[in-house]
Design a protein around this ligand. Structure first.
Ligand SMILES: C[S@@+](CC[C@H](N)C(=O)[O-])C[C@H]1O[C@@H](n2cnc3c(N)ncnc32)[C@H](O)[C@@H]1O
Length: 328
């Protein structure tokens, strides 16, 4: 009797298709955008979203994009037979997404009700009627980079064509927060809320770039990895490269400045182990017992208490580490 094929718990792919997706980088050059979509300053290609959705879900499952823009992830989800839910702050972009979806539903003769779009602040997700979802794929504003001085030429070109140069003037729009730490903290808070709607063991993909501003690097992708990794398990990145971009002579003959033509697609998983970790106060624990040991993982502190590994709050100033690390 032949060996029984193992059950595929995650997706509907063949082994060959599964392995192909496992490569940690890929090249995808976004196709030219249709004119009605040019108005939005930044979108990811539907084809890219489709590949991720086919890997992380099965047919009939539900995909959420809490910052849906003009709806690329939602369109991709519907096109591969998944249900889709989107949240978008801007009424203009939400409307474009709705129109695109109505057209797609017509073309596919798809059942209506396969997609819902809410025009809302993603921070208010708890007030919306969002079902539990099987996958989240999303891309945040890249901090306030659409306001940055360096992008002036591009901005002028877009403004001349009457295309949007920022997403909105709404203070709830994360792209309008100028303080980096505040931006990161509000974005992380939204992802924490949104993760509540993700079914156990399911994944979230965040597509993002590190940010260069005023000659300084703000490692947005890595910071998201660290911060979101405190409540969803970080499962490493796939790097999305574009190889059709013109190279500019930044810093030539003087200093290293890259032409950054890659994005990080960060994978997180809702793992029970992390959820179940009880938050406790490290000072209290150390006051009560000197026996715990600490392990620093991406700024998280884990404390061993009997058989249990617990995540603890990191105080502003950590108590001095008295453990003996002379072997290291
Ligand atoms: C990088 S774009 C997403 C583009 C989208 N993935 C696409 O392909 O069209 C980020 C989006 O987040 C939206 N946004 C910013 N702050 C938001 C908030 N607080 N709640 C919901 N959406 C927000 C912006 O309006 C913008 O459309």
């Amino acid at each position: 009797m032949g060996k029984r094929k193992p059950e595929n718990k995650l997706n509907d792919l063949s082994g060959k298709e599964w392995i192909k997706f496992q490569k940690s980088w890929f090249v995808k050059n976004p196709p030219a955008r249709e004119s009605e979509l040019l108005v939005h300053p930044a979108k990811f290609p539907e084809e890219l979203a489709g590949e991720f959705i086919r890997f992380f879900t099965k047919k009939g499952q539900t995909v959420l994009d809490p910052m849906a823009g003009t709806g690329s992830a939602l369109i991709a989800a519907l096109a591969c037979g998944r249900k889709a839910v989107g949240i978008e702050l801007s009424e203009k972009y939400a409307e474009i997404a709705r129109e695109r979806i109505a057209k797609l539903e017509q073309d596919l003769f798809a059942q209506k009700q396969m997609c819902r779009i809410y025009c809302a602040d993603a921070a208010d997700i708890a007030t919306l009627k969002i079902p539990k979802v099987d996958y989240i794929i999303t891309s945040p504003p890249y901090w306030d980079m659409l306001h940055a001085k360096g992008a002036k030429t591009q901005k002028k070109r877009r403004a001349d064509k009457k295309l949007d140069v920022t997403y909105s003037a709404d203070p709830r729009d994360l792209g309008n927060i100028h303080d980096y730490d505040e931006f990161l903290s509000r974005l992380t808070d939204i992802y924490r809320e949104v993760a509540e709607y993700l079914r156990p063991n399911k994944y979230m993909t965040v597509i993002v770039k590190n940010v260069k501003k005023g000659g300084k690097i703000y490692p947005l992708a890595w910071d998201i990895g660290r911060e979101v990794g405190k409540f969803l398990a970080l499962k490493d990145e796939r790097i999305w490269c574009q190889d059709n971009q013109r190279l500019a002579p930044f810093g030539i003959y003087n200093a290293w400045v890259s032409n950054t033509h890659h994005h990080y697609c960060l994978q997180f998983r809702k793992e029970k182990k992390i959820q179940d970790m009880q938050e406790i106060d490290i000072q209290k624990l150390l006051d009560e017992s000197r026996e715990g040991f600490r392990d620093y993982v991406l700024n998280q502190v884990y404390v061993k208490d009997g058989d249990k590994l617990m995540r603890v709050k990191v105080p502003d100033v950590l108590p001095e580490d008295t453990s003996d690390d002379s072997d290291e």
